[in-house]
Design a protein around this ligand. Structure first.
Ligand SMILES: [Zn+2]
Length: 462
């Protein structure tokens, strides 16, 4: 090693140590008391009242009638709109409306309306909390689907109308699927808009429609976000998060599953790790169980509609499902545990508030999409480089053995955009970096990953 090189390495090490010291003093407390207060404001009673109101519409099927003031999806969406409007003048509540001609499982031309509440932040980047307010019920429900047949169920709904252009108005209460995710979203719209916190990111509380016909409302909104270049940074989607008693009798009210698409260090996986880390810190009594797969077998949710168009999104799912209630007239208020739903709401709130206060996650690739990680300067070191995030005053680097899902090591560094870890072999570890603001709010991690390489065909002779 030359003298210049040795000097260079010690300078970087010095920068790392200095940064570390500074951050430790700035962060003697991990938790932000304002977020603690926000999380504590979530009300079981209000969640219950919202669920009872949603049940009162009898059906919220996307294909149901829109003319009644008390029954069907038209009445439901109007109530959700007015309810969120009542929370704060800061919330911009509107319908996100689309004319959808008959296609796929949309059996007639409809007007689809997501209900959207925007809490503007200092920047345009958006954090979404979502659920779907539409419902479905069919003969036998999800348990018949699981069993591989559509057994006739004495409690089953009336069959679809012979005339496909008529509204589908059979009873479909959908209190857990997905009244639970909808109530969670509405309640978080209230506590965030009334918190008095000045968030950096813009928060969006989104109640999707058309989920049961193939994630239609979420797909339409994600398509619009691509077309209009709306910077969606993260989507926390909640679908079936209110029941803690499995249909097999096993009860689990102390954990929540968070599904995320791969590959292993995709932004959605990092978002899931973030929810585990920060949701777990603010709500230590509830255990987040990240699932390294897009969703459950044969089941879908709105987060996938965002994933498929390149957005970072995860899906929250209760740990023990009761399939006999899903997509069934039995999906009623009696199947809900309000304490469990409230815990899931708290994990969402802590995660979204931390994300929305933190700087955006750093970019670690260059303009050719290559990760800025190298063995410089000695050829045997780990050199990590990233692009500064607006508002960041420091960064935290993470690493783990290149086998295994969870970060094993972390180190706060100062306001730098390059760190060198002498003698760390980059081939043996996964590395990532998160951005931190002056109060210690941390972004999710951006990992250094090798982009997939295209196969180059080899020509052969005649
Ligand atoms: Zn659902």
């Amino acid at each position: 090693m030359t003298i210049t090189r040795r000097l260079l390495v010690s300078m970087f090490v010095y920068a790392v140590v200095c940064g570390d010291t500074r951050i430790v003093s700035a962060q003697s407390v991990d938790l932000d008391p304002r977020i603690v207060t926000l999380v504590a404001a979530i009300s079981e009673e209000r969640l219950g009242a919202i669920l009872r109101q949603l049940q009162s519409f009898e059906t919220r099927s996307t294909l149901s009638s829109t003319t009644s003031k008390t029954r069907g999806i038209g009445a439901a969406r109007e109530w959700i709109l007015q309810e969120m409007r009542s929370y704060s003048p800061k919330l911009q509540v509107s319908f996100d409306t689309y004319q959808v001609p008959k296609q796929g499982r949309i059996t007639r031309d409809i007007e689809l309306r997501n209900v959207m509440a925007i809490l503007p932040g200092r920047s345009a980047r958006r954090i979404y909390i979502s659920g779907h307010y539409d419902t479905v019920a069919r003969a036998g429900g999800q348990s018949a689907t699981n069993a591989g047949g559509a057994a006739r169920d004495p409690d089953g709904p009336t069959p679809p109308p012979a005339d496909p252009s008529a509204p589908l108005d059979n009873l479909a209460p959908g209190v857990n699927d997905d009244g639970s995710g909808t109530a969670l979203t509405i309640e978080l719209a209230r506590v965030f808009s009334q918190s008095g916190i000045d968030f950096d990111a813009t928060l969006v509380f989104m109640c999707h429609a058309g989920e049961e016909q193939g994630l239609v409302g979420a797909r339409l909104h994600a398509q619009k976000a691509v077309a209009e270049k709306i910077p969606i940074e993260a989507v926390l989607n909640n679908d079936i998060v209110g029941n803690d008693k499995g249909g097999n009798g096993i009860i689990d009210g102390a954990t929540i599953r968070v599904y995320s698409e791969g590959p292993e260090d995709s932004p959605s996986r990092e978002l899931a790790r973030f929810v585990q880390r920060w949701g777990g810190r603010y709500v230590p009594s509830h255990r987040v169980r990240p699932m390294a797969r897009p969703d459950r077998f044969g089941r879908g949710g709105d987060h996938s509609a965002y994933n498929q168009l390149g957005f970072t999104a995860v899906g929250f799912r209760e740990s023990r499902e009761n399939f006999t209630r899903q997509h069934d007239v039995r999906d009623t208020f009696e199947g809900i545990s309000l304490p469990y739903l409230a815990q899931n709401a708290r994990v969402n709130a802590a995660s979204a508030a931390t994300l929305a206060l933190a700087p955006p996650p750093p970019a670690v690739t260059n303009d050719r999409g290559q990760p800025q990680i190298s063995r410089a300067p000695s050829g045997y070191d780990a050199s990590l480089r990233w692009t500064a995030s607006p508002g960041a005053v420091a960064y935290r680097i993470f690493w783990r053995e290149a086998w295994g899902p969870d970060w094993q090591h972390e180190m706060a560094v100062g306001n730098v955009t390059n760190v060198i870890l002498p003698n760390m072999q980059i081939d043996d570890y996964v590395f990532g970096v998160a951005a931190i603001d002056a109060q210690g709010h941390e972004s999710f991690v951006t990992a250094y990953v090798t982009p997939p390489r295209a196969s180059t065909p080899i020509r052969t002779g005649q």
